[in-house]
Design a protein around this ligand. Structure first.
Ligand code: ZN
Length: 286
């Protein structure tokens, strides 16, 4: 069933688990995420990043994801991940997304509040949830593009309450030591800071970006201390691309059907999704 992320994250917050958001770029990735969530009876969030939506792809992505969500036996949310412009948010709302994030985290505090509040205003009465980011999660490696707007800045617990009161966002992405992309050195999460942020945020669910590659023990601690949505993309891409490289090596010629070629890569990606959902603790929570 198609939902926004309000109820699923409220339940996760109350019961101490996290829901996975998996960024997906095509039909088979959408089906992999929804299929594995169904198999584990878990709620799930399908995420989309702008590079996967541009050049006219957005409405196609939305139609495919909506169909998969509507037919799913588990709650599925369609979330716009890291929009950098309000026009991108409007386009996603128009296309049928049920949740949006405008990332103004590289802007000054007051500007971040103003832009995030504007997005909340724009979805009023529409049953769409809004995520904002306070502090700035940067990149683990150079050149990924996403989040490249500014240097890392950890979330200041003292600014959380004011931000939430003035914006009324439904979920808050925090910066506690993770990074987007592939880590060049292992991250060290600031769990005491997360505890302070969670205390200040009250009921508002917290989001961890850069979940891919974060060591399991630290991820577990983050979930225990208030993280209720974990974003994953790079680990899916690494699994898929590695398996694809193997498949290509096996081909006697290159006239192979895409559906055949991607069978093993899709299976490798599904394995990662399955492991993540189990680890996050959302199995059986649908
Ligand atoms: Zn992110």
């Amino acid at each position: 069933m198609l939902v926004n992320m309000r109820e699923m994250l409220a339940d996760a917050r109350k019961n101490g688990y996290a829901v996975g958001m998996f960024d997906v770029s095509d039909l088979e990735m959408i089906r992999a995420v929804v299929g594995e969530a169904e198999a584990l009876n878990s709620p799930v969030i399908l995420g989309a990043l702008w590079p996967d939506l541009e050049n006219g792809r957005l409405p196609y992505w939305a139609v495919l994801a909506r169909k998969a969500a509507e037919e799913a036996r588990v709650p599925v949310c369609l979330h716009l991940d890291h929009a950098l412009k309000i026009e991108q948010v409007r386009a996603a709302i128009e296309a049928g997304f049920t949740s949006v994030m405008l990332d103004a985290s590289a802007a000054p505090f007051g500007e971040n509040i103003r832009l995030s509040a504007e997005v909340v205003q724009s979805v009023r009465g529409k049953n769409i949830t809004v995520e904002a980011e306070l502090g700035h999660v940067g990149n683990g490696w150079v050149g990924s593009g996403e989040g490249a707007a500014g240097p890392d800045a950890l979330t200041e617990p003292g600014s959380v309450r004011e931000f939430l009161e003035k914006t009324r966002v439904d979920a808050l992405a925090v910066s506690i030591g993770t990074a987007h992309g592939v880590y060049i050195k292992a991250p060290r999460l600031d769990i005491p800071r997360l505890r302070e942020i969670a205390a200040a945020a009250g009921e508002v669910p917290l989001v961890l970006h850069g979940g891919s590659g974060t060591p399991a023990d630290q991820l577990r601690e983050a979930i225990t201390n208030g993280i209720t949505k974990v974003n994953i993309y790079s680990e899916l891409l690494t699994a898929w691309n590695t398996a694809l490289a193997e498949e290509l090596k096996k081909q006697p010629h290159m006239a192979v059907w895409p559906a055949v070629l991607r069978k093993n890569p899709d299976a490798a990606m599904r394995e990662v999704i399955r492991q993540k959902i189990r680890f996050f603790g959302s199995s059986g929570r649908a």
